[in-house]
Ligand binder design. Sequence first.
Ligand code: ATP
Ligand code: MG
Length: 230
Amino acid sequence: GQPITQGGLRIHDLSFGYDPARPVLHHIDVSIPAGSLVGIVGHTGSGKSTLLSLLLRFYSAQQGRIEVDGQPLHAVPDAAFRDAVGLVPQEPFLMSASVHDNIAMGRPGISEAQVQAAARAARAHDFIEALPQGYATRLGEGGARVSTGQRQLIAMARALAGSPRILFLDEATSNIDSATERQVSEALAALHGRVTVVAIAHRLSTIRAADQILVLNHGRLQEQGTHEKL
Ligand code: ATP
Ligand code: MG
C-alpha cells in the first residue's frame, strides 16, 4: 500500500454491524473529495460514530468497501495511516500535564512555535492564553477546569500538531457553549482545501461551511446536501 497523499475518501455500498446479524449501517455510498469538509448529522444511535470508526479502521465492514486516494483503506501501512489521520474524539482524553504537553503528546521534538501554531489553527490559542499560566497551565486530575468544548479544542490542536491529511471530529454531545462551538466551526472551515475533514455535528451551525452534509437515519443515508439545501 501507498501512504495517504491527498486524503480523498470513497465509501462504496458499505454495510456493517457489530453483530453481523444486526447491521447498524446499511448500503452507505459517499464520495469525499480531498480537502473538502463533510458533516454528519442524525439522531442518537443512527450510526454516526460507527461510520467514523470504520473510516478510522477500528473495524472492518462486512460488506462494501472504503478507499482512500483510490486504494483500499486497509492497504495503507499502519505508520502511514497514523501520520495522515487525526481524530478529535467525542470525549477527549487529557493527561494531567500542561496544556503544552497535552498538545505535544506523542510528538517529542515538536517546538513551542509548532504547538502554538496548532493551537491557533484549532482556535484554542485565545482561551489557553487566558488560563492562569497559559500553555504551562496543568490540566487533568487536580488541574485547571476546562469545559468539554475547550477539551475538544485542545484535542483538535493535538490532532492538527500532526499535520494530518484527514481530520475526523466527533463533536461532544454535552452542551458546548456557543462561543466554543463557533471556534470549532471556524477552525474546520479554515482547513478547507488543505485537510479533508469529516465532522459529526450535533448542530447544523457547527458545519455551516460543509461542502456536503450526510443525514443518517437508522444507519441509512437519508439525505445528502449542503447547509442551504437541508
Ligand atoms: P450518538 O449521537 O448518541 O453518539 P451515533 O449516531 O454515534 O449516536 P453509534 O454510536 O454509531 O450512534 O451507534 C449506532 C448503533 O450501534 C446503536 O444501536 C448503538 O447501540 C450500536 N453500537 C455502538 N457502538 C457499539 C459497540 N461498540 N458494540 C455494539 N453496539 C454498538
Ligand atoms: Mg456517536
